[in-house]
Design a protein around this ligand. Structure first.
Ligand code: ADP
Length: 245
């Protein structure tokens, strides 16, 4: 049972306050949807959780420890982030083998995750020949490689076809069913409504909601309607000039 514990997390980029004292706990055994308008701070939270960025203040722990303290991090946290791109000249299999090796994960696990994510047939192709959807599948394969108790997925549906999106939903549900902690960001509200058990909603770097999906939707006609009612006015570009994230 591995928790993600975020306490008083603040991140400033010069004048921009990307996270403003965020405190939230993400629990195992369920899919937690991570929602918020562009610029709300979702990616920043995930990057800090993965030690890719330092907080200005506050802490982000996985199983009580900072990510940077794990000698074999892929065994603790699997992540699919835009930034987790593979080297274009490598084959998909070699990319995964390199990751496996550096985390003492057996090579047979590479073939398992290639199968699991539907890219076994392309295992020996160079990543540069992959479509966006195939790259996402490869990113998912990398996230699953270490059989981690915590999985972070930042907009994993990007570039996936409808079949891929359905597979992703089943995968997220299965991972949660196995007792893992699954944090999933997506702008696809219909898909989120079918996948998540629980929602964490950010707006301008602050926590707007932390509630079970049913409770969040409440009397609204849909998740989309409840979400827009909550976040109206907190979209980055309704109140300030800036560059899209
Ligand atoms: P989200 O993932 O919810 O769209 P982000 O975490 O990407 O939000 O961004 C939060 C805010 O931080 C935005 O205003 C964004 O422009 C800003 N930001 C994110 N990364 C950087 C960076 N490396 N440098 C400057 N500003 C950044």
């Amino acid at each position: 049972m591995t928790l993600i514990e975020i306490r008083g997390l603040t991140k400033r980029y010069g004048p921009v306050c990307a996270l403003d004292g965020l405190t939230v706990t993400v629990r195992p055994g369920r899919v937690t949807g991570f929602l918020g308008p562009n610029g709300a701070g979702k990616s920043t939270t995930m990057r800090i959780l993965l030690g890719l960025d330092r907080p200005t203040s506050g802490t982000a722990l996985v199983g009580g420890r900072p990510y940077a303290s794990f000698a074999e991090p892929l065994r603790h946290v699997g992540a699919l982030l835009d930034a987790s791109a593979a080297h274009p000249a490598r084959t998909a299999r070699d990319h995964l083998l390199t990751l496996a090796l550096s985390n003492r994960i057996p090579a047979r696990r590479v073939d398992e995750v290639l199968e699991e994510t539907g890219i076994a047939g392309a295992a020996r192709r160079r990543v540069r020949t992959f479509s966006l959807g195939m790259r996402q599948r490869l990113g998912l394969a990398a996230a699953l490689l270490g059989d981690p108790p915590v999985v972070l997925l930042d907009e994993p549906a990007n570039g996936l076809d409808p079949e891929g999106i359905l597979q992703l939903r089943r995968l997220a549900r299965r991972l949660a069913g196995e007792g893992r902690t699954v944090l999933l960001s997506s702008h696809l509200m219909g898909e989120m409504a079918r996948t998540a058990d629980h929602l964490v909603v950010l707006g301008r770097g602050r926590l707007l909601a932390d509630a079970p999906l049913d409770e969040f939707v409440g009397g609204s006609a849909s998740l989309e309607e409840a979400y827009f009612a909550l976040t109206a006015g907190s979209a980055e570009f309704t109140h300030q000039e800036g560059t899209p994230s």
